[in-house]
Design a binder for this molecule. Sequence first.
Ligand code: OFO
Length: 183
Amino acid sequence: MNTNRLSKTLAAALNAQMTKEAHASQIYLAYASWADNKGYGGIANFLFRHAEEERNHMMKILEYILKRGAEVKISAIPAPHENPASINSCFEKIFSHEVENTREVYKLVKMSLEEEDWATWNFMQWFVKEQIEEETLAKSLMDKMKIAGGEKVSSNALYSLDRDLEKTPDDARSALDVTAANP
Ligand code: OFO
């Protein structure tokens, strides 16, 4: 009896997304190591923590594929992108990467909708919400950098930013959780 509840196409797409999450984790690891080498311990700490989050995203997809009775295929993780040239470009690269990941998540939502695989559609909604938060978080890094002077940031401003990021929460607050009393 066939107990596989995922179509071939969706199983392949979910396996590919699982590897993309692992790739994202490698990117954050690479940027964190780069920042640490440059002496930005707070920024590095923030990015190391985020690398863990991406690894958790990978595990969620892996577990989902297994639970639906399909085969998990662990494949090679592509090398991370080149190191950024500055903290400003580091945050820009992170934002672009998150937007790119959102596009990939949307593709999976569309595929599950077209196949009427409501279980996968429902599972992917977690990622849709998560990407709103991930983009918000990445955007807040860029906003902070912009205020601090962008590429022309002073070393004093970078010093404060580095200290701030050491304590910045890992998750951005979702608009869904906002109320008038608690904006
Ligand atoms: Fe940075 O996001 Fe995973 O999904």
